[in-house]
Design a protein around this ligand. Sequence first.
Ligand code: IVH
Length: 667
Amino acid sequence: MNITTTKKRIQELRNQLHYHNHQYYIQNHPVIADKEYDKLMDELIKLESDNPELFDPNSPSVKVGSDLNIEFTQIPHAYPMLSLGNTYSEGELRDFYNRVEKLAGQQVSYVCELKFDGTAISLIYENGKLISGITRGDGEKGDDVTQNIRTIKTIPLVLSGDYPARFEIRGEIFITHKGFEEMNRERAEAGEELFANPRNAAAGSIKLQNSSLVAKRPLDCYLYYLLGENLPSDSHFKNLEKAGEWGLKTSPQTVKCDSFIEIWSFIEKWDKSRNNLDFDIDGVVIKADSLKLREKLGFTSKSPRWAIAYKFKAEEAQTRLISVDFQIGRTGAVTPVANLQPVYLAGTTVKRASLHNADIIASLGLHYNDLVVIEKGGEIIPKITAVDSSQRISCSEPVKFIDNCPACGTPLVRIDGESAHYCPNNSNCPPQIKGRIEHFIGRKAMDIDGLGSETVGLLYDNNLVNKVSDLYNLSVGELVNLERLGEKSASRIIQSINNSKNAPFQRVLFALGIRFVGETVAKKLAQASKSIDGLINATEMELLEIDEIGEKIASSISQFLNDAENLKLIDDLRKHGIKFELDPELTKTVSDKFKGITFVVSGVFSRSRDEIKKLVELHGGTNVSSISSKTGYVLAGENMGPAKLEKAKKMSVPVITEEEFLKMIEI
Ligand code: IVH
């Protein structure tokens, strides 16, 4: 293909993919099969990577994110991002209503919207293209998170129709319940800390410094506030309808109301049925519809006089505490869980509540049989927020945190600075062993089919599997002898165990279950170290030099790989043919020019930073994220932070420009 045809094809693919994104994510009405979509996307990605000069930040391929560390810069808001006055009372809402009517001097139309419980964002579109995404920050200026925002599937990069040349639209980034559960399940599998609720998860995700990680988070958005000089209508409601026509995602629940009764019935409806939504709302926002009227009403120093938030009370219920279980996870962490007298709360019957850790139990002053208040605030399981000690049954015992592991009896330990207690008996504590086996066979790890947690329990209880390497010694005969397993399923399991020997190194690394080494970190480690021996021989300092690896992860890896038992396990697995080296195809280079040389790539370049990093690797070099005296070069683009330049100078690390770098590799 010559360059003109390539350019044309790229444009065609971009147009088609923008259209399909809109159909799929905004309209919920896909018109092609996923496979066909993937084919178009693969073709686009290939053409773009072969022709980096045709890079466009608004290409649909950008949705997959980039592996580079973003340093957020602060950008002032064109209009301050204020918050809303709020109330929990019908009387105060009526006061707001009467005040607006009085100041308007006439009957007013209102728009009622859901109050989404996420994190606020301001988007700017120029000539139909997304040019920036800024967080609320302090209301005057926020962080420029454009690169992260570009990865969110429901935020279009290009618009269609009769949009104004430049406008701002604000809204809320959130995570659905389904997305949140899936995300926390994956974090639990990786031994990572769980997010407390979807709001924290959304706010944390949008501030991640690596947009390819953001692309993996199930972020969604609703947009609810247009700003600009040339908006289509004086009516907020009509402007939102227009925004929908341009391809922006607005809420289908928004309604126009012309009386207090209508407003109140909208509030009552959503207070009752908010549990039917797949995302969290914490109230309803009531806004005057006319922009002219809004101007007349103006703002106080903190919030507009033309809008108010009516907040729902957190859903609470009272019940009695029956008992407390202390569960041991695969890392040995102890989680106290309260067993409750079943009680109906926010759409489900609750039987268990989280007690988090020893400090929380102590601060609640919890006794057995206490009447407790439980609250559902989007957390994974409800939490106990208060104890009604006036209702305490006399001589009931206080809940005491355990001193010994309930499974193996080993005295528990508490690591400095951490709130959790741990059972240190990693090698012999049954729930830890079973948990590690379950993690090892997981879909994202060795992907061994047919072995659920029950079968793992049976294998362990029957002394057939005590460590993950024992899986590879199993025979069909042994499995058939277990309860509930027929010949056919047994053969399938053995087949699947054998197939797992083909799992690539990065999945094996994840499967080992090293604390804090999730799927993405495992990938980074595999790429940087190329083999398990590379990792075993690396010092903690060297691990810290790998892109994205911080102190917590480095120390956990080093601890794991310095343990004789773990090394023996790796050796056994290796003997069974498990892959402990990166596929040579993935490590191919075009020259050895930068062999043994590390690069810190920072700032903005004429080609994408991903590409620059790829070029470093293609010539045998390694990318690291922070500057040390061992760094070979700092490759500085535009806008590189002054602190990094200063550090490079201090450590006498040569700083080179993109041009100088390209010359070195003769491009
Ligand atoms: S309008 C001038 N509409 O609530 C304020 N805000 O407590 C304009 N929020 O910062 C905001 N849903 O992050 C508006 N439908 C909605 C909303 C909403 C959620 C958030 C927003 C705002 C906060 C104020």
